[in-house]
Design a protein around this ligand. Structure first.
Ligand code: MN
Length: 217
């Protein structure tokens, strides 16, 4: 009886499982194209007998990123299947975030991942806004951790104008994707119709031109 119930429950749970998350922005079916060109969701796997410990190790995050040459005084270094092949299909990405004085990771979203950040050095102001417009923001000191829910707009900011800061993030996708709100709005390729931006942000044509120009860095 109990076994039957358990079996039924398990079967039902299997039925209501949602689809697995896509690993790419889109994956258009090739069935209508004249020539078959298929793109794999992820990368190929090597023969498991040829896997070595180096496939699961990387020093990609060991070196400080150069923040001085960046307009926002921040440098983000991430693990990928190129620098850490063992990550393939594991649903994980790590990021090292170096901040110069007043460095900022501007408002952005990851469409395929939640992000958890631990501050290792300096003081960071971090936050996100939910879909109702409510803001959650916090000062992070070394050792403190903050979570950014999947798909919500969030930012990180070094509140010290001089000293550098350092944080490390984990994201629960092999390909989290990043859309920076300002860049995606004002300088996508090709650009949105100017009228759309004028209406959306209640600004004039000169404002649109000025913002576009200053973002082309
Ligand atoms: Mn992020």
């Amino acid at each position: 009886m109990l076994l039957n119930l358990l079996l039924t429950f398990t079967l039902l749970m299997g039925r209501v499982k949602s689809d697995p998350d896509p690993l790419q922005d889109y994956c258009v079916s090739p069935c209508h194209s004249s020539h078959q060109q298929i793109f794999l969701n992820g990368v190929l796997c090597k023969d498991p007998t040829e896997a070595t410990v180096s496939d699961f190790t990387t020093s990609a995050l060991s070196r400080p990123g150069n923040t001085q040459t960046k307009p926002l005084m921040t440098n983000v270094t991430v693990t990928t299947t190129a620098n850490l092949p063992g990550l393939n299909t594991m649903g994980l990405t790590m990021a090292r975030l170096d901040f110069g004085g007043s460095g900022v990771v501007p408002p952005h979203v990851h469409p395929r991942a939640s992000e958890v950040t631990v501050c290792l050095d300096g003081v960071l102001l971090v936050g996100f806004v939910d879909t109702s417009g409510r803001v959650f923001t916090q000062e992070l000191h070394p050792g403190e951790t903050f979570v950014f829910p999947k798909g919500l707009i969030h930012f990180l900011y070094n509140i010290d104008t001089v000293s550098s800061a350092l944080a490390v993030s984990g994201l629960n996708s092999q390909n989290p994707g990043t859309q920076i709100v300002s860049l995606s709005s004002f300088i996508p390729k090709p650009p949105f119709l100017q009228e759309v931006l004028k209406s959306a942000f209640d600004i004039n044509g000169q404002d649109v031109a000025r913002i576009r120009k200053s973002l082309q860095r």
